[in-house]
Design a protein around this ligand. Structure first.
Ligand SMILES: *Cc1c(COP(=O)(O)O)cnc(C)c1O
Length: 346
C-alpha cells in the first residue's frame, strides 16, 4: 500500500481496511455453488434486509449485477429505457445487446441526473408489430456522469408509479445508492421501495475489495442466480470476499457523509484557484470541473504533474476532471490536493 499518494481517481481505488482483512482471514466458508458458504449467505440476507427486499445475490461486479437484472426482466428483442449518460448504456460494453439481444432506448439525462417523466412516457413503445416491446425502465442513483448527483425519494416514486401504470419493470443502478441515502439523510429502504430490482457496489465508497449485490424478490433472485451461473459467475469459497462486504454494510454505510463533506471542502477550495471552472456544488462524493481555455497544459500533462506532487487524479472528458473522495482521503489529503493544483496551474 502506498500511503504517500492521495488517490482521487475514483472510490474504486479503496483498499480493504485492516478490519476487513482480519474478517477475510477468519471467514467461515463453504462451496457457494452448493449454497454452503455461511458468510455469503449472511451477507445476502443482510443486504436484502437493509434494502427491504426479499432476497439478494452476491455478484463479482456491478456490471454483472446490472446485466443479470436486465436479462431477468427482458427477453430478446425487448427494450430498456435508460439515460443517455447511464452506466448501463455507456460503460458496460453493450452487454445487454451483445449478450442478451436486448435493445437500449436511451433518453436524455437532465443536468440533475433524472430522466424527464414525459420523456419516459413518450418513449414507451405502442403495441405495434413494427416496434420492439418496452419492458424495463432503469435509473441510476447517484448519477455518475451528471456529477454524482442524487435522485430523490419523490422522483424515484414517480418513476416507479409510471412504470407500474405502464406494466414496466423498474431497475435501479444503485452502484452508489448508499451515497444517495446518506446525502438525503433517508433510510435506504425508502429510496428503493418502488424498484423491482437494485444493484449496489460494495467495492466503491463502501471500501470492499470486490463485489456487488443484486437485490429483489425471491423469484427474481432465483432467476438471476441461474443466469449468474450461465455467465460464469458461480463462485466457490467466496466467503473470503463476502466477509469484507459484511464490514462494508456494518461499518461503512454510516460514514459516507464524511466523504461528502470532504468533497464540499475540496470544491470550495478549488473554486479559489483561478482558471478552474467548477461545476455545481457536489451533492455526494464527486467534484467535477473544467479547465479554462487559457490553460496550456493537456489533461495528461496535468495528471503527470499532479502525480509528482503526490496526488493521483484522472480526467473524465476532454478538458474535464472528476475527483472522488472516499475512506482513504482525509482532510490533509484534501489540503495536499488543493496545494498541488494551485502549483501545477500557477
Ligand atoms: C461502477 C459502476 C457500475 C459497475 O460496477 P463495476 O463493479 O465496476 O462493474 C455500474 N453503475 C455505475 C453507476 C457505476 O458507477
Amino acid at each position: 500500500m502506498n500511503n504517500d499518494f492521495v488517490d482521487l481517481r475514483s472510490d474504486t481505488v479503496t483498499k480493504p481496511t485492516p478490519e476487513m482483512r482480519e474478517a477475510m482471514a477468519e471467514a467461515e466458508v463453504g462451496d457457494d455453488v452448493y449454497g454452503d458458504d455461511l458468510t455469503v449467505n449472511t451477507l445476502q440476507e443482510k443486504a436484502a434486509d437493509m434494502l427491504g427486499k426479499e432476497a439478494a445475490l452476491f455478484v463479482p461486479s456491478g456490471t454483472m449485477g446490472n446485466l443479470l437484472a436486465i436479462l431477468v426482466h427482458c427477453a430478446r428483442g425487448e427494450e430498456v429505457i435508460c439515460g443517455d449518460k447511464s452506466h448501463i448504456y455507456v460503460n458496460e460494453a453493450g452487454g445487454m445487446a451483445a449478450l442478451g439481444g436486448i435493445f437500449p432506448h436511451p433518453i436524455p439525462n437532465q443536468k440533475d441526473g433524472t430522466l424527464r417523466l414525459e420523456d419516459i412516457r413518450a418513449s414507451i413503445q405502442p403495441d405495434d408489430s413494427h416496434r420492439t416491446i418496452t419492458r424495463l425502465v432503469c435509473i441510476e442513483n447517484t448519477q455518475n456522469m451528471c456529477g454524482g448527483v442524487v435522485l430523490s425519494v419523490d422522483y424515484t416514486q414517480q418513476v416507479g408509479q409510471l412504470a407500474k401504470e405502464n406494466g414496466l419493470k423498474f431497475h435501479i443502478d444503485g452502484a452508489r445508492i448508499f451515497n444517495a441515502a446518506a446525502a438525503l439523510s433517508v433510510d435506504i429502504k425508502e429510496l428503493v421501495v418502488p424498484a423491482d430490482s437494485v444493484m449496489f457496489c460494495l467495492s466503491k465508497g463502501l471500501v470492499s475489495p470486490v463485489g456487488s449485490m443484486l437485490v429483489g424478490s425471491k423469484d427474481f433472485i432465483a432467476r438471476a442466480h441461474r443466469l449468474r451461473k450461465m455467465l460464469g459467475g458461480g463462485m466457490r469459497q467466496v466467503g473470503v470476499i463476502a466477509a469484507a462486504g459484511l464490514v462494508s454494510l456494518e461499518k461503512m454505510t454510516g460514514r459516507l457523509k464524511q466523504d461528502h463533506a470532504r468533497a464540499k471542502n475540496l470544491y470550495e477550495a478549488l473554486k479559489q484557484i483561478p482558471r478552474l471552472r467548477l461545476a455545481a456544488e457536489p451533492s455526494s462524493n464527486m467534484v467535477y470541473f473544467d479547465l479554462d481555455d487559457s490553460i496550456q497544459l493537456t489533461e495528461n500533462q496535468i495528471v503527470a504533474e499532479m502525480k509528482k506532487h503526490g496526488v493521483l487524479v484522472d480526467w473524465s472528458a476532454p478538458r474535464q476532471f472528476r475527483l472522488v473522495t472516499h475512506y482513504w482521503v482525509d482532510d490533509a489529503g484534501v489540503e495536499k490536493t488543493v496545494k498541488a493544483f494551485a502549483k501545477v496551474l500557477a
